[in-house]
Structure formats: C-alpha cells, structure tokens
Design a protein. Structure first.
Lengths: 226, 226
DNA sequence: AACAGACCTGACCAATCAGTCAAGGTTATT
DNA sequence: AATAACCTTGACTGATTGGTCAGGTCTGTT
C-alpha cells in the first residue's frame, strides 16, 4: 500500500535503504534549516520525507543522531568546496576559484549552510570535536599556503586568518541571509545577479590584498578550464 | 523574601518595572541566542533572570511577544551602529568608521547579533515587516549615498548592494561565528587581535573599492575625533 | 512453499513546555 | 488606617513532543 511515491522504484535492499536514508537526511536538512534543532519536530521531518514518524526512528535512533548526520554531511560538502583552493598555484586563481565555488555552494546548498551556521552559532554542541580537529587542521594548512604567497610577494601581507574569515563570511552570507537579501531585492537573485555578486566579491577581495584581477579572474561555471 | 539580589534596590514603581523588564530582556537575549527560539524555554529565561517563571508572564504575555521585543531591540542597535555612516563626507572616513562600529557591536553585543541572525535565517517569521519597511528604506538611502560617491569618482564602481552585504557579513561573522573563531584561536580574541582584524577588514574593503587608506583610516575607539 | 530477517506503522507513553490562576504580599493614595 | 492598584508566586493544566512497541507486511533464500 505504501511505496506509491515516484521516488523509490525497486533496487537491491541496500540501495533502497540508502535512498530512504538520503531522503530522510534531505528532509531533515530542510526542516532543521527552517526551524533550528529545537524548533524542528520529528513529525515535521517525517511529513517532509513522506514517511510515518515511527519509520524515521527505524533509520535514525534519535533526533540528535539524525541531526548529527545532517551536520556532518554539510561539513564535508563545505570542506570539499574548498579543495580547489590548493590545486591552483597563485593566489589570484586559487582564491577567485575558491570564492566562486563557495558562492555556488551558498546558492545550491542553502539549507545545509544554514544548519551549519545554526550549529556553530549555538556553540557547536554536537560537532565541537570536528572544529577542534578537522577544521583546525584544514585551516592551519590553508593559512600556511597564504603565508607562503605573502613571503613570495604575491599579495599584500595580511593576517591569513582575517582573510579566511572574510571569505567564509561573505560567501556564506548569501546562504544564511538569503531571506533578507531576497526581501531587499524583492525577488530571488537572478543568474546574472549571482554572477555579478560573485565578480564583485572576488574583485574587492583580490584588489583588497593587492592583486589587480584579470578580467576573467572571477571564475565562471562553464568557462574554459585548462 | 524576594528582592535580595543586589540588582534592584528601590525606586519609583515605573523605574523598577523598567529595570525588571530590562533584566528579563537581557536574560532572554542570552537564552534565545544560545538555544534559538524553539530551543529556549521560559523556565530557562526565568532562571537566568532570577525570577519565577510565572513572573515572566506578568511582564510579557507570551514567549513570542518577549522574543519580538528582543529582536526589535537588537534591530535598533544594529541600525544605530550605522548612523555614523552618513555623518562623514567621503567613503574612506564613512566606511572605515561604519565598519569599526559594526565590529565593536559584534564584540559587545554578541548575543543580540546571534538572535538577529537566527531570526533572519529562519525566514524572519516575527519581524518580516521590519525587513520590508525600515530596513529596506535604510538600505535604499545608503545605496544612494554610495552611488553618489561613485558618480563623484571617489571609489570604484561596484553595485552598492554587494558592498553593503560584504560589510554586514564580514562584521557580523565575528559575532555569529565567535565560537568557531575562538575555537580556532584557542582563546577569545585579545584587544590587539580585535584591532588587527578591524584594520584588516577596513583595509581590504577600502582597497577593494579603489581607496588607498591612510594609516589612520581604521577608526580606533579612543582616537582623536575632530 | 515455508521460513527468516528486514522493513513498516498505528497506537501508545512519559516527559516537557507554554501558559493560567488564585491567593497572598507590597506600595501608593486618600 | 483603609482601600485600591500593582506585583509575586507555587501549583496546576492541556497540548505537544521524542521515543517505544507489538504486530503486521514484504523480500530474498532454501
């Protein structure tokens, strides 16, 4: 009687399980982003996932464990979006590409960004360990890269931490404060507006650290790669 | 038997009422910032204000009304911090001073900033009207000022909105993500670090819009005014 | 076909929470 | 001193929530 929804056809047991878990995580991400951990109810998540509430507890033992999985998933995306940071050689290409990808994540993973922001804002009660290990290591490594650029005279000397925070803040703002931006804009941002915002952020940040960006500096999604 | 706490001595009825209300608002701000609207309980707020819960409901009819008052209070501070924005004549002085004040608010009103961020992130269910009226008007007016600066050739032409969002994002990040910053820093930021972060933000943003800042551009709290 | 194990779910708790209330205390006014 | 208005509070309540569970269904295996 169930199983009518178009989503899950058939597949191996393991595949279906994975699909259901992903559906629940997607639903949970939306609900947690909209209402916060305390404001979200398992019933609302169940409704969003089109499952009876008891079924949720079959896949995820508790609300907190479900939440943890959601936050962990975001965290991964969030770090991966930065991977291109150190595949480029100089600050101009590396930073403009990193910023562009983070802006893209803000546009496409709005809910995830919000859940992450929420978690950190409330003191990271669930994922504090991630902050102290993975994030710290990652950050230290990128700080080292920036420091080397400075030593090589490729950019103005600024404390790399403040620069990183500026990039994080500016790009994530477009996800976390999307509602405010859209209210002021009287509409969601268009493709052109996203591109313009990205170009402006890149331009200001690069010039701000003493790099006069080439016209094509702000990475465009479908541009020539190599 | 109550009234032992050092806070409220005696005063006129109206004075004491105001004092109690402020104490409740302060406590509510902390609790809402830490747990979000849904996660905060009236009992926790009452405890933080050192009052029995029933007393809260004597001063504030409902949790939602109390929350609204908290958000409104923040909103006011947040706009006032920007007032100096248009008391200066050129972009260099105006922006660097605005940024410095916003950084200061982030440091001193961390809880308030978080509550505001929370509210907007969840779609501004309580103060949507403020966004559409007061904030929009305020923003439009500042955008006009920036546009005039651009027309006068005082700064590089960038869409004023993206610039405003950059300033908001960067400065508020130090409040909303204070926990993350402090974790990475292994300690709260020192006075010197706050000053350095402020200088860096000012420097990058000003240079980013084509202004080579004078050494004293980043406004220092106790610096010579006129 | 028969069996086992995975999956599903309606109905049900115990706990928690926002909000109420009635009774008692305090202060200002006359 | 009497009165009225304001303030305080412990005890209570109805509603909601996270989580449980027994009994059912479906799927793959022998």
């Amino acid at each position: 009687m169930a199983q009518i929804e178009g989503a899950e056809k058939s597949g191996s047991r393991a595949e279906m399980r994975e699909e259901t878990e992903r559906a629940i995580l997607d639903a949970a991400e939306r609900v947690f982003a909209e209402h916060g951990f305390g404001g979200a109810t398992m019933q609302a998540i169940a409704d969003a996932a089109r499952l009876p509430k008891a079924n949720l507890h079959y896949y995820f033992a508790s609300k907190e464990k479900l939440y943890r999985r959601v936050v962990e998933r975001i965290f991964t995306v969030w770090l991966e979006a930065a991977e291109s940071f150190d595949t480029e050689s100089g600050p101009e290409a590396a930073l403009s590409r990193y910023i562009s990808r983070k802006m893209q994540v803000s546009r496409e993973q709005r809910h995830g960004s919000k859940v992450w922001a929420n978690e950190v804002m409330h003191g990271a009660p669930i994922i504090q360990d991630y902050l102290e290990t993975t994030l710290r290591d990652w950050t230290d490594s990128r700080i080292g890269v920036i420091r080397r650029w400075i030593d090589q005279g490729l950019m103005r000397p600024v404390d790399p931490r403040w620069l990183m925070y500026m990039i994080w803040a500016t790009t994530q703002h477009y996800a976390d404060f999307a509602h405010q931006i859209e209210t002021l804009n009287q509409a969601p941002l268009s493709d052109a507006q996203w591109q313009d915002a990205t170009d402006t952020v890149c331009g200001i940040l690069l010039r701000g650290i003493g790099i006069d960006p080439a016209p094509e500096a702000a990475f465009k999604p479908a541009g020539p790669a190599a």
